[in-house]
Write a protein that binds this ligand. Structure first.
Ligand code: PLP
Length: 370
């Protein structure tokens, strides 16, 4: 069997083990400690813009805590980008609230501002003011930050910026992770940097950071015994994992450069001009977490995917939109057909920052047979 070419595999920088060793040496083997604090500080320095960050055990728990802090509860509605990973939407349901799905624009593949406004007006007309908007920078491409933020302000609905795939991306020279009322990051194994599993919640308000840490550590009241006045969660990042994060953050810029180089390699070496790539709109800078191509049809996409499989090359169709997922099919959605079309014809190519030139050539070799 040929060595597998992965879609996106972990890529250690070399500094991680030093921090993990420090945690062992000082016996900070707990969901708190110097690595957690330092990882948060480094992330805050990196994002700047007055960001306050709490490190958590996943991006999913970060979205969950953002919804809780925004007061989303049973019976509420939350507007959510349909074209995304289910983790963007699931925490809405954890709160007993209902997702309303918004389709994508073709410029960024992310939340369509027009559909968003149609949805807001529709829900207002029915006396159901949405409690939050969850917009996603999918595959590292920023959503239309100017318009989505403007709509959030105009209708006074807070925006949760799902930046799980977009650490290192920018729009108009501002970093993704700084645009939302709350923003979230993920450090899962396949993301641009990884801690094996982890995430972070970001806000511009120091108080929110404190509340997030309070909720993430079982909501303990200030008392010598264990006392609780509200429901808490076990969502804090471990000090071991944060050590990996510190090492990874040191190489973030290199990882972004490598992913962008993968994209450029594919774009210059794939001969079939029917395969389309997502362009960066003016002022946008994508980390190109995954390089995706759009083919002419579902059939061609599937033929390519199966050819890759035969060569032990991992590829994956683009995200299946939430509004056509079995679990969400009864939810209200505002669609224009774009995300379904992207799902049917698009394919993610191997895009790891540790992929070799030889491997990239193999992938291109398969594609150039079509
Ligand atoms: C990975 C991901 C998440 C969830 O992050 P986890 O750390 O895996 O919980 C949320 N949204 C998007 C778009 C993601 O890709």
């Amino acid at each position: 069997m040929k060595n597998k070419i992965w879609l996106s595999s972990p890529h250690m920088g070399g500094g991680e083990q030093k921090y993990v060793q420090e945690a062992f040496d000082t016996n900070w083997v707990a969901p708190l400690g110097p690595n957690v604090n330092e990882f948060e500080n480094s992330l805050e320095d990196y994002l700047s813009e007055g960001s306050y960050i709490a490190a958590l055990n996943s991006g999913t728990s970060a979205i969950h805590l953002a919804l809780i802090i925004l007061g989303v509860s049973k019976g509420d509605e939350v507007l959510c980008q349909s074209f995304t990973f289910s983790a963007s939407a699931n925490p809405i349901v954890y709160q007993g609230a209902t997702p309303v799905f918004i389709d994508s624009e073709l410029e960024t593949w992310n939340m369509c501002p027009e559909q968003l406004e149609i949805a807001i007006l529709h829900r207002l007309k029915h006396g159901k003011k949405p409690k939050a908007i969850i917009a996603v920078h999918l595959y590292g491409m920023p959503y239309n930050v100017a318009k989505i933020s403007e709509l959030g302000k105009k209708y006074e609905i807070p925006v949760i910026e799902d930046s799980a795939e977009a650490l290192g991306s920018k729009a108009n020279n501002k970093k993704c992770g700084t645009f939302g009322d709350f923003s979230i990051l993920s450090f899962n194994g396949n993301k641009i940097i990884t801690t094996s599993g982890g995430g972070a919640i970001i806000s511009k308000n120091k108080k929110h950071k404190k509340t997030a840490i309070f909720l993430a550590t079982q909501a303990r009241d200030n008392a010598p015994h264990y006392q609780h006045s509200q429901i808490g969660y076990n969502y804090r990042m471990s000090n071991i994992v944060a050590g990996i994060g510190r090492g990874q953050l040191e190489v973030l810029n290199e990882r972004v450069a490598a992913r962008r180089a993968n994209f450029d390699f594919y774009r210059s070496n794939i001969k079939n001009t029917n395969f389309k790539f997502l362009k960066e709109p003016k002022g946008y800078y994508s980390n190109r977490w995954l390089t995706c191509i759009l083919t002419q049809s579902f059939k061609i996409r599937e033929n390519i995917r199966l050819s890759f499989e035969k060569e032990n090359i991992e590829s994956r169709p683009l995200w299946k939109p939430m509004h056509i997922q079995p679990i969400f099919k009864n939810c209200l959605s505002f669609s224009n057909g774009n995300s379904e079309q992207l799902f049917n014809t698009g394919l993610c190519l191997p895009s790891g920052s540790n992929i070799t030139e030889n491997e990239l050539e193999k992938v291109v070799g398969v594609l150039n047979c079509f």
